[in-house]
Design a protein around this ligand. Structure first.
Ligand SMILES: Nc1ncnc2c1ncn2[C@@H]1O[C@H](COP(=O)(O)OP(=O)(O)OP(=O)(O)O)[C@@H](O)[C@H]1O
Ligand SMILES: O=C(O)c1ccc[n+]([C@@H]2O[C@H](COP(=O)([O-])O)[C@@H](O)[C@H]2O)c1
Length: 200
């Protein structure tokens, strides 16, 4: 077992980042005793059909969202890479740069069920552990997961769950509704200033 720092890697599209991401990342940090959590915006998420905001805007919103937490960081590790943002490339790079660090991938329940379809998932699971986040509306049928994946996932069972998605936020903004308190205030102000997700 590695003895170095414990760092969480929280990858996502963050289109936009919302309080569900933040509340769950904080619970993962506490539950696993992580010294830091790195939020890793994916410019081209491998399994999504398209994104609404640019990678630059999504990254800036993540930066703003985590600025007031002493252990949260926005990581540029996927920002300057071309092609789909495969997690295996990120994990490879981080483990090479910091061989003594114990990295944990923080993954929502919907994405945990998707792990069997990730590129080179065996290599990922040989290098990092997975912290699973419960998510409302996602039924955890563990039969869907092969044992070698299931065994690498530790679930955060304490605390609250948050019934919120970026899709819901985008739809709300497009309908002219308020998302105050559902995204951090600096993120809301950025969205408003840049007219992100507004219709027309
Ligand atoms: N409310 C939530 N509770 C638990 N996990 C979440 C929640 N929202 C997002 N996640 C997890 O955060 C990671 C990044 O998610 P993503 O940025 O795609 O947000 P999303 O809300 O799922 O977006 P979208 O609605 O656009 O699909 C994924 O692992 C996802 O499962
Ligand atoms: O590497 C893969 O094959 C892979 C497939 C699907 C998702 N991911 C990663 O999982 C994270 C969450 O994805 P998403 O689509 O829910 O934002 C994000 O960091 C993606 O790059 C990675």
């Amino acid at each position: 077992m590695k003895k170095g720092k414990k760092i969480g890697i929280y990858g996502g599209t963050f289109d936009p980042i919302h309080i569900g991401h933040l509340v769950m990342a904080e619970q993962a940090r506490q539950a696993a005793g992580l010294e830091e959590v790195w939020f890793v915006p994916a410019p081209i998420p491998p399994h999504k059909q398209g994104v609404a905001a640019s990678a630059k805007d999504r990254f800036t919103m993540v930066e703003r969202a985590v600025a007031d937490h002493p252990s949260f960081r926005a990581s540029r590790v996927e920002m300057d890479r071309s092609g789909p943002s495969y997690t295996v490339d990120t994990v490879r790079l981080l483990c090479r740069e910091q061989p003594d660090t114990r990295f944990f991938l923080i993954v929502g329940a919907d994405m945990v069920l998707d792990l069997p379809r990730w590129v080179r998932i065996e290599e990922i699971l040989a290098s990092v552990e997975v912290i699973g986040l419960m998510r409302p509306g996602v039924k955890l049928d563990m039969e869907q997961l092969p044992d070698h994946i299931k065994d690498r996932v530790t679930w955060v069972k304490e605390g609250v769950t948050v019934d919120l998605s970026s899709t819901w936020i985008r739809n709300r903004v497009a309908q002219g509704g308020s998302v105050r308190y559902l995204v951090p205030e600096p993120v809301r102000q950025y969205m408003e200033a840049h007219r992100l997700y507004e219709s027309g």
